[in-house]
Design a protein around this ligand. Structure first.
Ligand code: SF4
Length: 422
């Protein structure tokens, strides 16, 4: 670990974070990164020199244990310590991601309006200016290279790279599966099918298009372009998100192709982060048609696979209100299939989403408990239930009370789903 001091900055050319994702209640970093410390801030960069995190120190920063993190789509997230709000019970995580765009979160204020966050961004811009003026005579080659990389990745370049990233996969990922929280949302997305089967009335993330598979050649092309874009930093990724809204409907052959080719071309075997993971969404119809040979293929992939299914409700009145073209029988069958898969396949975990909203019928929550309590004879740790808040959730305290009551009765883990884009 080579450290170099110049012009009030301490530059560390390569730092090594943890090699696997864990749930932890203090700031923790993963993989390899580069770091510059100034008096008031710690700036961390990925291996391409793109800014990755900013954390303030002392006065002028909101909380010593909180930080800003940037993703490949050029969105920033503020990670707020959730300790005092009991956020862990509600989200399964010690940190609450606060987003700069509209989402469905019930925790965390919008920190992006605070002067502290504005100052942190200014400090990063000033740092890039400062680095361009530094006299690098006699500077060790590694530090010199690092500074050049960071200087070449200014805000305008990062914006262009995010545009390229979205062009490669066919547009912004409007929502990531909730299970991607297990890898701090650090996934490489790959589109294998566009659109979805139902185009439900309530949904804010749908593309509006009917489901259409991508050709293998297109998928391969995406992987090669992503490899070039992620470049040196692909070493820091161990997880793939197969998009968009119903990749499970793509079937065994295409999923296996996409998963294995990504593993091979993106060299996930050599990732500095262990335990590769594959994330995808599925629908009621796609899980119901997933037969044993298909599931055996998923189970044998070189990943732990997380499939998130949108069940939304098991109440006929609610299904009609949210305009989801499914009935209670099919939702119930899909729920049982989820439990069966979770029991039989050690490398596959299916989770389910249900809606939460103040305007939903009284019969909605009991219909979910009918499945997640009455149909199970003991607690199961596999098969998380996520509540996805609708626009009108009512008073926050009432949401928390109802959630806690539900959690106490439910025989599966239950958390809130925060919609995050990429
Ligand atoms: S909930 Fe799922 S299936 Fe329904 S419209 Fe949204 S993405 Fe499509």
């Amino acid at each position: 670990m080579e450290t170099y001091s110049i012009d009030g900055l301490t530059i560390t050319c390569e730092k090594q974070g943890a090699d696997k994702y864990i749930k932890i209640s203090y700031p923790f970093r993963y993989g390899k990164y580069l770091e510059i410390k100034s008096n008031n801030y710690t700036f961390q960069f990925n291996l391409n020199g793109e800014i990755k995190t900013i954390q303030g120190r002392g006065e002028g920063w909101l909380d010593a244990s909180e930080w800003l993190k940037r993703n490949a789509g050029n969105d920033w997230t503020y990670f707020a310590a959730g300790g005092y709000t009991g956020a862990y019970d509600f989200t399964g995580e010690y940190y609450v991601p606060c987003l700069p765009y509209d989402s469905n979160g019930i925790f965390g204020h919008n920190r992006f309006n605070s002067p502290e966050v504005a100052h942190a961004f200014e400090a990063w811009h000033q740092l890039i200016d400062q680095l361009s003026k530094i006299d690098k005579t006699g500077m060790p080659r590694q530090a010199n290279d690092f500074i050049n990389r960071v200087r070449s990745m200014g805000p305008e370049t990062l914006k262009q790279r995010a545009q390229l990233f979205h062009d490669i996969i066919g547009g912004q990922v409007s929502v990531l599966p909730p299970d991607t929280r297990h890898v701090e949302y650090d996934v490489i997305p790959l589109t294998i099918g566009d659109g979805c089967l139902y185009n439900c009335g309530f949904c804010r993330v749908k593309s509006g298009n009917s489901f259409k598979l991508r050709e293998k050649e297109n998928i391969l092309n995406q992987i090669h372009q992503l490899k070039r874009l992620y470049d040196k930093d692909s070493l820091n990724y161990n997880s793939i998100f197969l998009g968009q809204h119903d990749a499970l409907f793509a079937g065994a052959e295409l999923i296996e192709f996409a998963a294995k080719k990504s593993y091979e071309i993106l060299e996930l075997k050599n990732s500095v982060i262990k335990n590769p993971k594959l994330f995808l969404f599925g629908s009621v119809d796609s899980i119901l048609r997933a037969d044993d040979p298909f599931l055996k293929i998923l189970n044998k992939l070189p990943y732990e696979t997380f499939i998130n299914i949108g069940l939304e409700s098991a109440d006929p009145e609610t299904l009609a209100q949210i305009e989801k073209p499914l009935n209670r029988k099919k939702i119930t069958q899909a729920f049982h299939k989820m439990m069966e898969i979770n029991k039989q396949y050690s490398n596959v975990e299916v989770s389910a989403n249900f809606l939460y909203g103040a305007d939903l019928p009284e019969t909605h929550l009991p219909s979910i408990l009918e499945l997640t309590r009455n149909r199970l004879d003991h607690f199961h740790s596999k098969g998380t239930i996520y509540f996805s808040p609708l626009e009108n959730i009512g008073a926050i305290q009432e949401v928390k009370n109802k959630f806690t009551d539900f959690k106490t009765l439910c025989r599966l883990p239950v958390y809130m789903y925060l919609i995050q884009r990429l």
